[in-house]
Write a protein that binds this ligand. Structure first.
Ligand code: HEM
Length: 161
């Protein structure tokens, strides 16, 4: 782990980040926050709907606009996060919240892949899922919410270690 962090800090990206002046980290941090809020704000809408809130609103009506927004937020958070971590990567060595945040993100992404392959999700995107499918979608929505909440909480805690 330390070898990887040392390599990242010494990379061209790390050097560029450190050479950009005092405001650069703050600007990337701002981009990170905008990415996280766009991602989480969209995901929470989809997940709460999958958990059964707003039954009068079709899942596809929420998923249509929220999925591309969530994906945009994720890309922004990931790109800005990589730039931020490369600035002083070795300082994160031994930080336990890293080992909570990144597995939570990986699980959240795995959940997206699994949900996309579910027949229940396909029914929800094209019409009305059955009662059994609604149960499966609620489990997926709860899992997703737990993963992204954990990622946000652990991400915030990294700086306090
Ligand atoms: C490849 C992806 C990512 C990388 C490399 C990354 C890296 C970082 C780094 C280096 C920090 C600053 C930590 C500090 O010193 O205080 C940070 C902060 C944070 N990250 Fe990420 N991050 C990524 C994705 C995400 C995602 C997807 C989320 C949320 C779902 C997230 C949530 C947070 C939060 C809440 C903070 C605290 C921001 C603040 O209070 O200023 N990160 N991240």
């Amino acid at each position: 782990m330390f070898e990887f962090l040392t390599w990242l800090e010494g990379s061209a990206l790390g050097e560029a980040m450190r050479g950009m002046g005092v405001w650069s980290y703050g600007v990337f941090n701002l981009a990170h926050i905008l990415g996280i809020s766009t991602l989480f704000g969209s995901v929470v809408l989809i997940d709460l709907r999958l958990l059964g809130l707003w039954p009068g609103v079709a899942i596809r009506s929420i998923a249509g606009p929220a999925i591309p927004l969530a994906a945009t937020g994720f890309v922004l958070a990931a790109l800005s996060g990589i730039c931020m971590i490369s600035t002083n990567a070795t300082e994160y060595d031994g930080n336990p919240f890293i080992f909570i945040k990144f597995p939570a993100i990986a699980l959240g992404l795995l959940n997206v892949a699994l949900v996309s392959a579910m027949s229940a999700w396909k029914s929800a995107r094209t019409g009305e899922p059955s009662q059994r499918e609604r149960g499966q979608l609620a489990v997926a929505g709860g899992t997703s919410l737990a993963c992204w909440l954990t990622a946000v909480a652990a991400g915030r805690m990294i700086g306090y270690w």
